[in-house]
Write a protein that binds this ligand. Structure first.
Ligand code: ADP
Ligand code: MG
Length: 314
């Protein structure tokens, strides 16, 4: 049988399996009459790579956005702080997961990062939190909450329309009241980023409370994203959701990661493994161990971490 005409003829003769024993392969030179065109990297053309593999392939995360420095939080006269002298960096383009059993200070730590903790009577803070080199105590509160925005455990849409939920913060931040038409592109953009647009675009005037739980949580994410934050805080954002909504939100976290830093609290270890670049394990207010996800799960350094990720307690 003759070979197809397109196959190149090999004058040196191959030894059958494509190798040539000790001889190096011949170098073929192609003369070009002009410089080659560099084809833009189209994300749609890239092969599908599972999140964990992609994470492993990614270079170390970007510059430091947020630094938590010797942070302690005390509630009332409790003898032990709820968060005890924790130091942690948060990088651009990173998902940092805070893990640990219930009551170990994860929510308290998260709520400190945009000074929500100050709304709790009797809560006191020690230590510093620095956002892009600036102490957050020196930042105006609404501006800080715009730059570091938060999504809570229970979806908490406002009792208003889908549109107004997302537009709320945009209206709040502009001096003269913008029209619906002016706001629509930004509302649409936020809903698209939160992966909700296709499901709600036909009727943005629908009451938000009529949406399913998973849609409500994505709406809250859209609301948090509308103000273009630099850091997104998520406190167990999937714990009240069904598995399908959880998958959608994890996918979303994965996509958003390149645009902003995300700090997510989760007591679901599998979720931390799936979404996080770095993991901080907290126990009774102490930061026990911090490191790249794979390392913390596969080669924990502390005995406590080993027990926790191994399922001995939790
Ligand atoms: N508002 C509060 N007043 C007093 N103690 C609180 C308050 N909120 C949390 N705590 C206590 O602080 C500790 C840490 O709680 P929390 O940050 O909610 O932990 P986690 O999110 O890890 O479950 C717990 O012992 C909890 O009882
Ligand atoms: Mg909590």
């Amino acid at each position: 049988m003759s070979r197809p005409a397109t196959e190149s003829h090999d004058p040196a003769g191959s030894d059958g399996d494509g190798t040539r024993g000790a001889y190096p392969p011949p170098v073929r030179r192609i003369a070009l009459d002009r410089a080659p065109t560099v084809v833009a990297d189209d994300p749609a053309e890239r092969p599908l790579v599972s999140p964990s593999i992609e994470r492993a392939l990614r270079p170390a995360t970007g510059r430091e956005r947020l630094r938590i420095d010797e942070l302690s939080i005390f509630y009332g006269d409790a003898p032990k702080p709820a968060v005890n002298a924790v130091t942690l960096p948060v990088h651009e383009g990173e998902v940092l997961a805070l893990i640990g059993p219930s009551g170990c200070g994860k929510t308290t730590l998260l709520r400190s990062l945009n000074r929500l903790i100050e709304l709790t009577p009797g809560a006191r803070r020690q230590g510093r939190i620095v956002l892009d080199g600036e102490d957050i105590d020196g930042l105006e509160m609404t501006r800080l909450r715009r730059r570091v925005s938060m999504v809570f455990q229970q979806p908490n849409p406002f009792p208003m329309s889908i549109f107004d939920n997302v537009a709320y913060a945009l209206r709040e931040q502009s001096r003269k009241r913008p029209s619906k038409r002016d706001l629509l592109p930004r509302v649409e953009h936020a809903l698209r980023r939160a992966g909700l647009w296709d499901e709600v675009s036909h009727d943005l005037s629908r009451p938000a409370l009529r949406l399913s739980g998973g849609q409500q949580q994505r709406l809250c994410i859209a609301r948090a994203l509308a103000v273009e934050p630099e850091v997104l805080l998520m406190d167990e954002p999937c714990s009240a959701l069904d598995p399908i909504s959880t998958t959608v939100i994890e996918q979303l976290i994965h996509e958003l990661r390149s645009e902003l830093a995300i700090v997510i609290v989760t007591h679901n270890l599998q979720q931390a493994r799936r979404v996080a670049d770095n993991v901080a394990f907290m126990y009774l207010g102490d930061l026990i161990e911090y490191g790249p996800t794979e390392e913390l799960f596969e080669r924990p350094r502390a005995e406590r971490t080993r027990e926790y990720v191994g399922g001995t307690f939790g």
